[in-house]
Design a protein. Structure first.
Lengths: 603, 832
């Protein structure tokens, strides 16, 4: 088959950016070398996309290729299945073009900035994530890319980690990302439940054909659809998460342009288009997507019109357009939505890049116009009756109460563990959890109740992890222990999950130990080590939270399969545990004081 | 009843006092369009420098000096000499410092609330305030010009269904009906238990968002700062902040919460780390820089004695004192020996408001402390001529979120923007987005600069144009100050300066500081018009300034970032001078190329082929690139201000680190002219110097940190991220190469006269007496130098080593981005 000739091209697209990320993250280079490496990346990316395009034009077929399949156990294998259709092409071309230009832009713009190399390392990671997302043929791969994009976004929002508000906003955005990752993991879970093996996206078209639908569990199909929509909503800043985009404008201007103006924000639309076969089968879900888009459009326009800062206004304008795209997708106008996506991405990233010019520009325009400068004359709102108008202003000023709404859910969820931890302290809680775990593991029956109990325990466990406080080593110990706990429970109770648990532990433990080593030994070191140390600590954290730089994600995948086959809700607990532990670790890392030390030293 | 009233008025007075005190301490920076350099620690200027630094350290928590590491690196470079350090270390007095016990502050709530009160507070407060003050970014706006901030808040709270506060307490809403100061008193009473802590609490409320509070206070003091005026005062803002806090606290803790009693801050606020050592190092560092200047100035005076006769002068060029003009003058004189340069503050004595043709608002074109009483308007040269329309840019104004239009335009133009971006990347060019001094005045129209008794004053009490006496006074003031009162050349060029940059919210900080952050072209044009007027010349002649009929004053503009020249009013230039003018322009262009070559020494990304053409091309591109955060380095290298005749400064290579003011000591026996000069240059240069100083010393607290993440808010300021405090001061990109030393003024005059001149104005003397700037006297005959130090003049010993000699032009162009040492410049007078 001619497909196989494309293998090296696909390998370059998938793995070269990750390689560049690691090189830039761990090495220490001059600005020119860093830029040279980035240029290599952009060139290789362009050439690879060019080859793919050529191939596509020549053969005229969608490309689906299994790079390799890894038979992990008898009934489970990990397939690196890629799928390249028009949509993937659009995203690839868009990301290549914008990333190429913004790399050039940032080369001068970030000149002499202390985080110059770090910035480009994250750009490489971001590109890796986008390539994985665009090329992925299964949920597993898509999720890996999705995670990379999430971490990269977070790292760039928190680029100036010496500023308090920046760190706060970065964590706020990341917590929304993580929350929506739950949606993503759940959808992976449901798809496993439905098909009992990892299914490629290309197969969806046939699976979700009306005739074959009857064999599927209707509730599971619904659950899958809702979970997918949830994941898309969060990533694209749709109702009720519309407020995060304006919080994300903390990094250097080019990164805001690339991530939040252009690519990151459209990933939700991408996900919807990619899985339209699944959620699009029923009128109700289409209507749901349509309504979400519509409400977002309405609110984002309303709030955006009152924004008094350039980046805030562009952010809301972008969210509003994405709302429109949701509506277009819901109506089934794929081509329109795809075009709209590309147009909006280019426009908003350009607008963010030129936003610092606004002072000079608007003052010039104002001074030569004879009208008063406020732009409100004849605006929509000024025609409202006074009472309504004031109400609307306060409503929009409070971002339509969306943050309060989202926070209400989350704080209700966390209040209980917080009070437990307060009463018993870290170690008291740990002891209680261990005792409960032993009892439930030793419970002889395979009963439903025991399994539910265990799942709840895992959940409680991980939510407690969010609130652990104390010395670094204590927190780090808890993060490791709580990440591993669910896998350990499963391994003890279900013998068939042991292979998965082993892979999982093998992925997590080395990174966790690296973290211990870093925490214990590097405080005594001299300051020159701080940069390297932070990078290593980052790598340790990424590995510990199951980021695909170790084999943990394979284990996670296997565990999930096993869990779903026995008790699906245990899979849910596993997802949540995975997501929250990840968040805790990142938050802990962000509040490390050495970022400020590093800043002071660079002065 | 009577007692109660008395008590009330007493505490209301107290609140007013507190607000005044807080207002004084807040940063005093206006909106971006009027970015005027000022002393960041202006509030402490009545105290000695180091004491003020410590006081500010305590109040703002900002670093007072650079880190020890920085000074050690300077020590290693040899700028700090061991001898000076030893002397300075011996001088350190035992420190006093009994630090004030901290009183209740906003963060005392945090433990009880379970979240950071100031953290939660900032976002909503900023949102309301920035929306209210917005000057044209938001699409929907109230007609705020008639409502005050406090009334707006009241109206929103009254009319809105939700209410403006997070809680629902009626008590707080009742408070909102009171006057702001009463509301403050009430809220403080509810939040803080003991009355002695209330002042501290109020101040910590204001310092939650120092940038915004400072801007509010500035707008209160200068309502004319904003093009769309807003009625707001500090008390309104503080009342709203406090009521909002109150509401948050009450919502969390319930209506019967106990007020905060005392501070939970147990940390002892001690002196900054290694304070004594850093202070000694800093002083030794300054001594080192000053010593270089003394050596070279003294050598220049002594070397000047046995120079041959000066060549005949055909052109005189008057520049601004700006440190960026220091090198172009050196090259200009090198290119053409018949050119002599002078310098004076870049508003050329014209203290005016100026309204360009077709412009809605007049702009101020004189130093910040001056209150102009004259308005000069531009009017159409031809009848019925239309003002040139401003080019608009769809990508900028089409940012608005909207329903149908947004959809259509995004679809239609979205993809185009990627081509625009590619174009901007690979072929930077001027667009409506860039701010260029060369095109600030696009077409020259006729200036209405003469007072006409038939024309009434404007509404603001401004006089339109100048009377004859006023004109004469201005021209005579400038010419006498520079010592240019005789031997006029046929062509006198008056060269204003401005700058060009793209994607730069701080563009105003790059233009002429003496013109309130704008290019000084109109001033140059008006000055030349005055000086060319026959009536004015007749009056001047009576004062002994005889300007020959053949002399012509020619306005011009030097763009300091692009290194370009533009001549104005060329059609009026007498025919017989045109060829000389062209010749002058050619020399100037050549000088500009050399100048750009010297500047590119500090740019790492500049081409290193050494040619002046490619350097010139590079600086042009730099000023037009959207992605260039450093169009030029601006005042980043300032360290000196020399008030002396050109014959003293001409042989000196200052490495663009000196402000130069022309001054003839012999014509000023009583120091009256010097008084005038010092009154202008001390606040302007000192303000520039100290703003760079403090922004460099603590980029987070005094400066605005990295400009890469700046977000433009309401066209009035920048912040990091969407809803946070306004960033005051300069971004690190402007200050990173700056060596923070206090500026040294060297005047070529006898010490007694300098002292007399400086003491005439107590405001000027305060800068010197308290050590915010340094002052030295240079004898222009013997080269003897004395410095004003701890209340007296002290002799300065020049070092034995001869100063470094820069033989040829190329010597100054060494590819090092570090400061070069001052030296003697032998390349002048046509050695090219």
């Amino acid at each position: 088959m001619s497909n196989t000739t494309m293998t090296p091209v696909l390998v370059v697209l998938l793995f070269f950016p990750i390689f560049v990320f690691l090189v830039l993250k761990l090495g220490s280079f001059q600005e020119t070398t860093t830029h040279f490496i980035m240029r290599m990346l952009v060139i290789s990316q362009t050439v690879a996309v060019g080859f793919l395009l050529y191939h596509r034009w020549h053969t005229g077929v969608r490309l689906e290729e299994e790079l390799f399949a890894w038979q992990l156990t008898e009934d489970h294998s990990f397939r690196l299945l890629l799928f390249v259709d028009n949509l993937a092409f659009e995203f690839l071309i868009l990301s290549t073009a914008l990333l190429g230009m913004i790399t050039r832009f940032s080369r001068t713009y970030l000149h002499r900035e202390p985080g110059f190399q770090r910035f480009f390392a994250v750009l490489a990671l971001f590109l890796a994530g986008l390539n994985w997302v665009s090329l992925s043929g299964t949920f597993d791969l898509l999720f890996l890319g999705w995670e990379m994009v999430g971490i990269a976004s977070f790292m760039l929002i928190g680029f100036y980690s010496h500023r308090e508000q920046t760190v706060k906003n970065a964590l706020e955005v990341y917590s929304i990302y993580r929350f929506c990752d739950v949606g993503f993991l759940l959808s992976a879970l449901f798809s496993v439940y439905l098909f009992h093996h990892t299914q490629g996206f290309s197969e969806f078209r046939t699976t979700f054909f009306p005739e074959s639908m009857e064999q599927l569990h209707p509730l599971a199909v619904w659950g899958l659809s809702i979970a997918l929509i949830l994941a898309a909503m969060g990533k694209s800043g749709q109702f009720p998460f519309s407020f995060w985009l304006s919080r994300a404008m903390e990094g250097p201007t080019p990164s805001s342009a690339l991530f939040y103006g252009a690519l990151s924000i459209h990933l939700g639309v991408f996900l919807l288009l990619r899985t339209e076969a699944i959620w699009g089968h029923s009128f109700a879900t289409r209507a749901l997507v349509f309504v979400i888009g519509g409400v977002t459009l309405f609110l984002a326009v309303g709030i955006g019109r009152l924004q008094s800062s350039m980046k805030g206004q562009i952010a809301y304008a972008s969210v509003a357009q994405v709302g429109l795209m949701f509506m277009e997708v819901a109506c089934g106008w794929r081509v329109l939505a795809e075009f709209h996506m590309a147009a909006n991405a280019c426009l908003r990233s350009y607008q963010i890049l030129i936003s610092p010019s606004s002072v000079a520009y608007f003052l010039k325009v104002q001074s030569s116009s004879q009208r008063p400068s406020a732009r409100d004359h004849g605006s929509l709102e000024s025609r409202l009756p006074s009472r309504l108008r004031s109400t609307w202003v306060v409503f929009a000023m409070r971002e339509a109460y969306l943050p309060d709404f989202v926070r209400m859910f989350s704080s209700g969820f966390f209040r209980f563990p917080r009070s437990i931890l307060k009463r018993w302290g870290n170690s008291g809680t740990l002891v209680a959890v261990v005792i409960l775990a032993i009892i439930s593991i030793l419970a002889p029956s395979e009963s439903f109740a025991v399994a539910v109990f265990l799942a709840l325990l895992v959940l409680l466990n991980t939510v407690c992890a969010l609130h652990v406080k104390g010395r670094n080593l204590t927190v780090w110990f808890w993060i490791g222990a709580l990440t591993l706990a669910p896998a350990a429970f499963m391994a003890i109770r279900l013998p068939e999950s042991r292979a998965g648990a082993l892979w999982f532990a093998a992925g997590i433990i080395p990174f966790w130990l690296l973290g211990v080593w870093e925490i214990v030994f590097s405080y005594s070191r001299k300051h020159e080590w701080i940069r390297l140390r932070r990078s290593l600590l980052w790598i340790a954290v990424l590995g510990t939270i199951g980021f695909p730089i170790g084999p943990a994600f394979l284990g996670e995948d296997m565990l999930m399969h096993v869990a779903v086959e026995h008790h699906p809700f245990f899979g849910v607990a596993l997802c949540l545990s995975f997501v929250w532990c990840g968040f805790t670790a990142i938050r802990w890392l962000m509040y490390q004081p050495n970022s400020r030390v590093e800043y002071a030293l660079n002065r | 009843m009577h007692m109660l009233n008395k008590h009330q008025t007493q505490s209301a007075d107290l609140v007013s006092d507190w607000i005044d005190e807080i207002g004084h301490l807040l940063p005093a920076q206006g909106p971006l369009k009027d970015f005027i350099h000022h002393n960041t620690l202006h509030a402490f200027q009545d105290r000695p420098f180091f004491e003020a630094c410590l006081a500010a350290y305590r109040i703002y928590g900002a670093e007072p000096l650079m880190s020890e590491t920085f000074y050690q690196s300077k020590f290693a470079q040899g700028v700090i000499s061991p001898e000076f350090l030893k002397i300075r270390e011996r001088e350190q007095e035992p420190e006093f410092e009994e630090l004030e016990p901290s009183s209740a502050v906003v963060s005392d709530w945090d433990a009880r609330l379970g979240f950071s009160l100031s953290g939660v507070l900032k976002r909503p407060l900023v949102r309301y305030l920035s929306h209210f003050l917005d000057q044209g970014i938001a699409i929907h706006a109230y007609s705020y010009e008639s409502l005050s901030f406090y009334d707006w808040i009241r109206q929103l709270d009254r009319e809105s269904l939700f209410g403006i506060f997070p809680g629902k307490s009626e008590k707080i809403r009742e408070c909102l009906k009171l006057e702001p100061r009463q509301a403050i008193e009430r809220a403080l009473g509810a939040l803080v238990l003991s009355s002695e802590h209330r002042r501290g609490y109020l101040s910590s409320t204001a310092f939650c968002l120092p940038g915004w509070a400072g801007l509010v206070h500035q707008i209160e003091l200068n309502p004319g700062y904003l093009n769309s005026p807003r009625k707001i005062a500090l008390d309104q803002w503080l009342a709203f902040s406090l009521l909002y806090q109150w509401s948050l606290v009450e919502k969390t803790l319930g209506a019967n919460f106990a007020p905060v009693s005392r501070s939970n801050h147990h940390e002892k606020r001690t002196l900054p780390i290694a304070w004594k050592r850093r202070k000694a190092l800093h002083q030794a560092f300054e001594d080192g820089v000053y010593q270089q200047a003394f050596d070279v100035l003294s050598a220049a005076v002594q070397g000047g004695k046995n120079r041959g006769a000066a060549p005949a002068i055909e052109v005189q060029a008057i520049f601004c004192i700006d440190d960026r003009e220091c090198s172009i003058r050196r090259y200009l004189e090198a290119m053409d020996a018949s050119i002599q340069t002078y310098s004076t503050a870049g508003f050329f004595g014209i203290d005016m408001l100026y309204q360009g043709y077709g412009k809605r608002e007049p702009v101020k074109l004189c130093p910040a402390p001056v209150k102009p009483r004259h308005l000069v308007r531009e009017q159409a040269t031809r009848v019925g001529a239309e003002p040139s329309p401003t080019r608009t840019d769809w990508f900028m104004s089409g940012a608005q979120p909207s329903f149908i239009r947004g959809w259509l335009t995004t679809q239609a133009f979205g993809l185009l923007s990627s081509f625009r971006l590619a174009l901007d990347l690979f072929r930077p060019s001027f667009s409506p987005l860039t701010s260029s001094s060369l095109t600030w005045i696009e077409e020259e129209h006729e200036l209405l600069y003469t007072f006409d008794p038939n024309r009434p004053k404007t509404e603001d009490g401004l006089q339109l144009g100048y009377t004859l006496e006023e004109k004469v006074a201005r021209v005579a003031g400038v010419l006498k100050g520079m010592g240019l009162t005789s031997r006029f050349a046929n062509l006198v060029a008056v060269v204003a300066h401005g700058s060009s940059s793209a994607n730069n919210p701080h563009f105003a900080a790059y233009d002429c500081g003496a013109c309130s952050g704008r290019p000084g072209v109109p001033n140059a044009r008006v000055f030349c018009s005055f000086a060319n007027e026959t009536a004015v010349r007749l009056e001047l002649a009576k004062q002994g300034i005889v300007i020959p009929e053949t002399t012509y004053f020619q306005p011009a503009l030097h763009d300091t970032s692009q290194d370009q020249l533009r001549l104005f009013d060329q059609e009026r230039t007498p025919l017989e001078l045109r060829s000389r003018l062209n010749q002058f322009r050619d020399s100037f262009l050549q000088a500009l190329k050399w100048n750009s070559r010297e500047r590119t020494r500090r740019f790492e990304s500049a081409p290193d082929d050494g040619s002046i053409e490619s350097a010139h091309e590079h600086v042009r591109e730099r000023s037009q690139s959207l992605f260039e955060p450093r169009p030029e380095l601006n005042h980043a290298t300032n360290a000196l201000c020399v008030i002396a005749p050109r014959r003293v400064t001409e042989p000196v290579f200052f490495d663009r680190r000196a402000f130069l003011q022309s001054y003839e000591p012999s014509s000023d026996p009583d120091g009256l002219l010097l008084s005038g000069i010092l009154n202008a240059v001390v606040p302007v240069c000192g303000g520039i110097n100290l703003e760079y100083f403090f922004s460099r010393v603590d980029p987070m607290k005094y400066g605005s940190d990295s400009k890469l993440s700046h977000n433009v808010v309401g066209l009035i300021g920048v912040s990091h991220g969407v809803e946070s405090d306004l960033e005051m001061g300069l971004p690190t990109q402007m200050t990173e190469v700056h060596d923070p030393v206090r500026i040294l003024f060297v005047a070529a005059q006898k010490p007694e006269i300098i002292e007399l001149a400086a003491k005439r104005n107590p405001a000027t003397w305060e800068w010197i007496a308290n050590g915010w700037v340094h002052l030295a006297s240079l004898d222009d005959l013997t080269g003897k130098i004395q410095i004003w130090k701890s209340g007296q003049w002290m002799d300065v010993q020049t070092s034995d080593q001869p100063p470094r000699i820069y033989e040829r032009l190329e010597d100054t162009l060494r590819d090092s981005s570090e400061n070069l040492s001052f030296g003697l410049w032998k390349g002048g007078r046509s050695h090219v």
